[in-house]
Design a protein around this ligand. Structure first.
Ligand code: GDP
Length: 456
């Protein structure tokens, strides 16, 4: 066991519920539990076998506070790899906090965010990318996301990275032996074989990087912004997509003065969607701030839904919007197609690409809209069983590995010495080992777990 202290935290959300769980992990977990919990069977947790549930009461001194069930897990067969007790009491906010306080007064210290999972990682129960998948699983918003995150937890990414790394490691070891021991009878390095190994690794990593954005769209979701001049139907579209009246719809221009946000699941594609204030020149100070925020949303969004009003000719504001959207991932949408068309569709298509025609009010064009968005974001037919990268840290490790492998390939193509090639391969290996946590610095590991919630 790597850690000495026994930690505790409430592992269920802070709210009123049927059950609240206080998790204790560490060498003294059983004795801490025995100081406040008495099983009706009189068995002590310290004497219990693992994987057992005991019904009893939680005591504050002599006073019984609640009936509870204690789950006992013995090291190393627990989530953290340490001795673990989970006290399942009734789920009142005050009650769970009170039980935690008793646990802390009787020998445990408060767990830091993600500390249970960090201990699982440090005790070899999972690698770093698997630990991160716990976070992805918790924050997954849809069924596809849950499937993808679960496969990560099961090691789909770790397995793929290890496969790539193993071939690179054996190549590096072969080069190293050949360079360092010229007198030994070591098999010559076959350039074609080395080229093949480097190319295969490049392909494998590129595949992961190519899928990154789609994977994020399936699991935790991407930012999407609905933009357009006032009254084009942004709020109506927002309400159509979210399935209820989230935004206020009126005929009065400038009603949405701030950004309204909602997370929606569009056929398995998770969008953190913003209905923005209508873009126009205004002297109203509040509306001005809203318009500025709309611009920021537009800049940051992974996908933009640029709305135009079919029943009117294009205005200065529309031309301005088209300029702002150019070069970005944008779906131009002509709304109000139930009304007589006066808009120059061809101009919009020439500037921004294929237009989707909808009537947000009647729901016409909804299917085509979904189809287009899920195709652009690559979530349609996304294979949740294959390996994917779950966050920016993992993506950067892959980018670094890819760059080193490309250097190795150029070194080989230019006929540089074998040790130069080996250095590049070693760099790639390091980046991949950083991804799985086998060679990650303490600072990186700390940063990963800081993003977790307390109790996980
Ligand atoms: P926003 O200012 O861009 O958010 O626009 P709203 O969603 O508030 O809509 C402005 C007006 O246009 C409201 O009266 C809506 O009922 C109307 N509207 C929105 N979408 C449509 C549509 O598809 N067809 C028609 N006929 N009217 C629409």
């Amino acid at each position: 066991m790597t850690e000495q202290t026994t930690i505790a935290a409430i592992s269920t959300p802070m709210g009123t519920g049927g059950v609240g769980i206080i998790r204790i992990s560490g060498e003294n977990a059983f004795s801490v539990a025995d100081r406040i919990f008495k099983a009706y069977s009189s068995i002590k947790m310290i004497d219990s076998d693992g994987y057992r549930a005991h019904f009893g009461r939680v005591f504050e001194g002599e006073k019984a506070l609640d009936e509870a069930i204690c789950l006992v897990f013995k090291a190393p067969k627990s989530y953290t790899g340490e001795n673990v007790v989970e006290i399942n009491c009734h789920g009142g906010i005050f009650l769970t906090k009170k039980v935690l306080k008793l646990v802390l007064e009787n020998g445990a210290v408060p767990a830091m965010p993600g500390e249970f999972t960090k201990r699982a990682f440090l005790n070899g129960k999972m690698d770093l990318s698997e630990a991160e998948s716990v976070m992805t699983l918790i924050s997954a918003q849809g069924e596809q996301g849950i499937n993808a995150a679960y496969n990560l937890l099961e090691g789909s990414l770790s397995k793929k990275i290890s496969e790539i790394n193993e071939t690179l490691l054996s190549t590096a070891a072969h080069i190293s032996a050949w360079v360092d021991y010229p007198d030994e009878e070591i098999e010559d390095i076959d350039n074609n074989k080395m080229q093949y190994i480097i190319n295969t690794a490049i392909c494998g990593i590129s595949e992961l990087l190519d899928k990154y954005d789609s994977g994020i769209a399936v699991t935790t979701g991407v930012e999407a912004a609905i933009v357009g001049k006032p009254n084009v139907g942004k709020s109506t579209l927002m309400n159509l997509l979210s399935g209820y009246d989230k935004s206020i719809v009126t005929e009065i221009e400038g009603t949405t003065r701030d950004v309204v946000e909602e997370t929606i699941n569009l056929d398995g594609c998770i969008l953190r969607i913003s209905d923005t204030a209508g873009m126009r020149e205004t002297d109203d100070i509040v509306e001005k701030i809203g318009v500025e925020r709309s611009r920021q949303k537009l800049e940051r969004a992974a996908i933009i839904f640029a709305l135009f009003d079919s029943s009117n000719e294009l205005t200065e504001e529309d031309y301005e919007l088209i300029k702002l959207c150019k070069g970005k991932t944008v779906v131009p949408v002509i709304n109000k197609t139930d009304l007589e068309s006066k808009i120059d569709k061809e101009y919009i298509e020439n500037e921004l690409g294929k237009v989707i025609e909808i009537s947000a009010k009647c729901g016409n064009g909804y299917n085509e809209f979904c189809e287009t968005v899920t195709t652009i974001l690559g979530t349609k037919n996304f294979d949740t069983t294959s390996a994917m990268l779950a966050n920016e840290r993992q993506r950067l490790c892959c980018e670094k590995a890819l760059s080193s492998l490309r250097d190795a390939k150029s070194a080989l193509d230019c006929g540089l010495t074998l040790d130069a090639i080996e250095i590049c391969i070693d760099d790639a290996i390091s980046s991949l080992l950083e991804l799985t946590g086998q060679r990650a610095s303490e600072a990186v590991v700390d940063e990963v777990f800081r993003q977790f919630c307390v109790g996980k």
